[in-house]
Design a protein around this ligand. Sequence first.
Ligand SMILES: [Mn+2]
Length: 436
Amino acid sequence: MRCHSPIASANDADLSTCPQAVKGTAARFVWICTLPSESAGFGRTRGNWLGLLAQFSINPRHLVFAHLPRRQITGWKYCPRFQIEASQSGAASPAGCFAATFACVCPVTLPDLADKRAAISARHVRYAPMTTLVFGHKSPDTDSTGSAIIWAWYLTTIQGEAAEAVLLGEPNTEAAYMLQRWDLPKPRIIASVEANQPVVIVDTNNPAELPPDINAADIRAIIDHHKLVGGLETKGPINIRIEPLACTATIMYKMIGNDLARAPSNIKGAMLSCILSDTLAFRSPTTTPEDRTIAEALAADLDIDVTSYAAEMFAAKSDVSGFSDAELLRMDSKTYKVDGKTFRVSVLETTSPETVLSRKDGLMEMMPKVAEEDGADQVLLFVVDILNEEATLLIPNELVRSVAEKSFSTIAGDSDLLVLPGVVSRKKQIIPNLAV
Ligand SMILES: [Mn+2]
């Protein structure tokens, strides 16, 4: 579809003369050209445009502007459904002069848009669809990595919305194994989000685990399985789904429903990986019958043996040789306040606890530094033995000794290690018991 000729002045509210406009098209992208040579007022408010597009039953996700100085469309920034993009050439228009007549408004498809972009010249037009970023928490584990990928696939392929999975840090070794095993590209890593950037948050709802500027973003949805901690602010009413299941991917499996039949095996593989990771292959007390049933259905579909695949994942997670003591303390760590004290509660799930415990002196030495740098009073490190289903808490000082005895009704003695039989879940067995 070509759409080059000017067909209406900006002051004409009626676009029905546009020969290229196609009524009733559920366009995902709408191209709006403005001509800098015309000095007629660009007298359209956001509402005008929306009304205009509604005339054609066009439901655009993105508006692309050409020849329009960014400052003149700043009023649009609160219009979250649209990407507003101004060209550099437009910025050369006389100050205060809205750049002009629009050439056309017509529904286009993405390939078509690319075609137009080439036709009109990249000098005049920059195209940047407002892609929704999907991400989980900082220090991404398998669920935060996999669920972001799964949901970006769902939004893009099933919902028809541009979406990209991103990470808030390097994935842990198990998540990296999942990416490689299922031939999934590693999502790019971001440190911050821009104002009004549409985002979907998965596997957390805790601002402390998200970019510092998260509330300036346009949070579109939250899918999570952690307790609601508060602090996130949205620009409007949004979909929030939090369920007391072991894993975000389990919730997504339910939300995606029959559309999962359209998923490639690597998306299903990511789902299975997330569930096996978060449930520690059904050992964790957070595991629900739903998590188990869904994981088993996925495994059967993929012809994967759960036991051996989980063993491969856990072996990958247990390979921590490449990490410094400080990195180990921060790898899987969440901050909690208990009776006025702030704890960084770190968990290392491993099939080889002796590997980590052999480094206990270095780890304990590093704790005060990490705590200070991260604004915590104390780091608590629990080394979780996945296979034997027990945790070992490192006891570097009297504060931790006292916390350990009060929290787990035990006597820590003189040892700098305290074994807690049956404890594997921070969410269910550690955090709820923490006492100072
Ligand atoms: Mn999770």
